[in-house]
Design a binder for this molecule. Structure first.
Ligand code: NAD
Length: 390
C-alpha cells in the first residue's frame, strides 16, 4: 500500500489552481528529466528543431541543457566537460546533437568518450525506408546493433618515437618474431568475450522483443582469427540460447556487397564497433541518406539518443541541414520512456512530411540545389503542423 502511494506521488505532481473562488487540485503529469546536449556545428540547429517537435507531442520534458563540443575545448580544455556525464547519470536519458572530432590532433572523440564513460555498450541504428524517400530501394527495414566500447575504437594507441611504442615493439618482436618499423603507429584491436556476449545478447533480446526473425553476426574471423574469432564463437554460443530466432554469420566485406545487392534478406545485424560504424553509414545510404538515420546508445543504466550523422560543420548556422535523423532519434527516445503513443504520432507526422515531399531539406529533394528545399526550422514547423492536425 505504502509502495503504491509512493509510486502515485512519484508519477503525479499535485498542483493547485484558483478557480471560482476555490482551490481546485489538478493532476499534472511529471515532466521527464532529459539531458539535452546541442553539440556543435549544425548540432544546435537540429537540436532546437527536435526539441520543438518533442514538446509538440504533449509529453512534458524538463531539459537539462549541457554544453559539449568545439567551444568547450577552447573554454575548458575538453570537448566533454564532466558535468555532461554527471547530468546523464542523474537523468538516465540524453538527447544529443553531433560533436566534431578534430582529425589527428590527439584529442579523443567526445562521442567515443561519452559512450565509454557511461558504458553505453549498445549502439542501435535502425535503417528503414519510408514512402517518399529518394532511395534505390523500397521496403528496407534493417536494425544495426553495433558494439560500442571496444575494438579499434577502444583508444589503445601507441604514438611513434615514444618509450611506450618502443616497449610494445620489443614485446611484439620477442613474442611473435616480427620486427615492426619504429617509424609506425599502433592501434590495438581489443575484443573481449564479456562485451561480445552482452552485445550479442542485446541483439537477440531486441529481435525477440520486436518480433524480428533473424540475427546476422558480422565479422572478419577468417583473417582476424583471434579477435573476430572470439566475437564469432561467443555469438554462436549466445545464439543457442535463442532457438526461436534464426541466426547466421557473414564476413564483413561480403556483407557490404550483400546489403547493396539484396538488403531485403537481412533483418538485425550485430557487429563489432568499427564494422558497425561503417555498415550503419552504408545502411543510411540505402534508405535515403544520413539526414534520416537515427540512433541510440544504450547501457545498463543510461541511454543517449543521437543521429548517425556528424556535425556537418560546413553547413553550421545556415538553417540548411535535415533535422529528421535527430527527430527519429527522438521517436526512439519516446519509446524508451514508454511514451509509445506519442512516439507513434511523431513518427507518423515525420513520414507524412516525407511523403508529401514539400517541406523537406535539400538532401530529400531530387537535386541538392532544388530551390524549393526548405530549412531546418521549416521542417520542424511542418512536423508540428501535422502533429497538431485533428
Ligand atoms: P557528417 O555526417 O557530419 O557529414 C557528411 C555529409 O553528409 C555532410 O557534408 C552533408 O553533406 C551530409 N549530411 C550530414 N548530416 C546531414 C543532415 N542532417 N542533413 C543533410 N545532410 C547531412 O560527416 P563528417 O563530415 O565526416 O563529420 C563531421 C564531423 O562530425 C567530424 O568531426 C566527425 O568526427 C564528427 N562526427 C560526429 C558524430 C557524433 O557526434 N556522433 C558522428 C559522426 C561524425
Amino acid at each position: 500500500m505504502l509502495a503504491m502511494l509512493v509510486m502515485l506521488v512519484f508519477a503525479y505532481n499535485l498542483s493547485s489552481t484558483f478557480l471560482n473562488g476555490k482551490f481546485v487540485e489538478e493532476h499534472m503529469p511529471m515532466p521527464y528529466a532529459v539531458t539535452l546536449i546541442p553539440g556543435d556545428g549544425t548540432g544546435p540547429e537540429i537540436t532546437t528543431a527536435t526539441r520543438r517537435v518533442l514538446e509538440a507531442t504533449g509529453v512534458l520534458f524538463e531539459w537539462d541543457v549541457r554544453q559539449a563540443g568545439a567551444e568547450m575545448l577552447e573554454k575548458h580544455g575538453t570537448v566533454l566537460p564532466d558535468d555532461v556525464i554527471e547530468s546523464i547519470k542523474q537523468t538516465k536519458v540524453g538527447l544529443k546533437g553531433p560533436i566534431t572530432t578534430p582529425v589527428g590532433r590527439g584529442q579523443r572523440s567526445a562521442n567515443v568518450t561519452l559512450r565509454k564513460k557511461l558504458d553505453l555498450y549498445a549502439n542501435l541504428r535502425p535503417a528503414k525506408t519510408y514512402p517518399g524517400l529518394r532511395s534505390r530501394y523500397e521496403n528496407i527495414d534493417l536494425v544495426i546493433v553495433r558494439e560500442n566500447t571496444e575494438d579499434l575504437y577502444a583508444g589503445i594507441e601507441f604514438q611513434r618515437e615514444t618509450p611506450e611504442h618502443e616497449e610494445v615493439l620489443k614485446i611484439i618482436a620477442r613474442t611473435t618474431g616480427q620486427t615492426l618499423d619504429p617509424n609506425s603507429a599502433l592501434s590495438l584491436k581489443y575484443i573481449s568475450a564479456l562485451a561480445s556476449r552482452r552485445i550479442v545478447k542485446f541483439a537477440f533480446d531486441y529481435a525477440r522483443a520486436n518480433g524480428r526473425r533473424k540475427v546476422t553476426i558480422v565479422h572478419k574471423a577468417n583473417i582476424m582469427r583471434l579477435s573476430d574469432g572470439l566475437f564469432l564463437a561467443t555469438a554462436h554460443e549466445v545464439a543457442k540460447e535463442y532457438p526461436d530466432i534464426h541466426h547466421e554469420d557473414r564476413i564483413v566485406d561480403n556483407m557490404c556487397m550483400q546489403l547493396v545487392q539484396k538488403p531485403e534478406l537481412y533483418d538485425v545485424l550485430v557487429l563489432p564497433n568499427l564494422y558497425g560504424d561503417i555498415i550503419s553509414d552504408l545502411s543510411a545510404g540505402l534508405i535515403g541518406g544520413l539526414g534520416v538515420a537515427p540512433g541510440a546508445n544504450i547501457g545498463s543504466h543510461e541511454a543517449v539518443f543521437e543521429p548517425v550523422h556528424g556535425s556537418a560543420p560546413k553547413y553550421a548556422g545556415q538553417n540548411k541541414v535535415n533535422p529528421m535523423a535527430m527527430m527519429f532519434s527522438g521517436v526512439m527516445l519516446l519509446r524508451h520512456l514508454g511514451e509509445r503513443e506519442a512516439a507513434h504520432r511523431l513518427e507518423r507526422a515525420l513520414t507524412q512530411v516525407i511523403a508529401e515531399g514539400r517541406y523537406v531539406t535539400y538532401d530529400l529533394k531530387p537535386r541538392p540545389d532544388d530551390p524549393t528545399a526548405v530549412g531546418t526550422s521549416q521542417v520542424a514547423d511542418a512536423v508540428i503542423e501535422r502533429l497538431l492536425r485533428k
